[in-house]
Design a protein around this ligand. Sequence first.
Ligand code: ADP
Ligand code: MN
Length: 171
Amino acid sequence: MRSKPNILVTGTPGTGKTTTSSALAEATHLRHINIGDLVKDKKLHDGWDDDFQCHVINEDLVCDELEDIMEEGGVIVDYHGCDFFPERWFDRVVVLQTETSVLYDRLSKRGYAGAKLTNNIECEIFQELLEEAKESYKEEIVEAMKSDTVEDMNRNVAAITEWVSSWSSTA
Ligand code: ADP
Ligand code: MN
C-alpha cells in the first residue's frame, strides 16, 4: 500500500490543470507530472498529428514509464484524458471545469483557433472529461471543480491539500 495518495487532475485544455497542479505540488510536496511534457521529453509518442497539432501519445509507453512511480505514491498526474491509466493508480480524480466564455478567451490567448478551438470548447460544453472520468473510476473518488477564477483555484488547492494531509492508505 502506498503511503501518500495519487491524484489525477484532468479537464479540457485551458481549464487550469497545470496551474492548479503546480500550486498543489507546492502546497503538498507531492510530485507533479505533466503527461504532455513527459511524452515530449521521453518521446512516448508515435509522431506528430498535423490535424490536431499535437503528438500522438503512445498510451502503453506512458503507462510503462509511470508504473513504478505511481506504485510509490505521492504523484499528481496532469492530463486532458484519463481512460487509459490503470484505475488502481488513483485515490482521487479531480475534473476542472470552466465557463465557456472564459475558456474561449484562455484558449484564444494560447493561440488556438478554428477546429482546434471549437473542438475544445465543445469538449467542455458536453463535459466529456467528467463523463470519461466517471466511466473510468469509482464515482465516489471523482469530483468536478469549478476553475473560472483565481479564487476558484485557490479554493480548490486548499481543499485538496486538506484532503491530502488527512489521507491515510488504511482509510
Ligand atoms: P491546462 O493545463 O488545463 O491547459 P493551464 O493551467 O495551462 O490549463 O491554464 C491556462 C491559462 O488559464 C493560463 O494562462 C492560466 O494562468 C489560466 N488559468 C488557469 N486556471 C485559472 C483559474 N482558475 N482562474 C484564472 N485563470 C486561470
Ligand atoms: Mn497543461
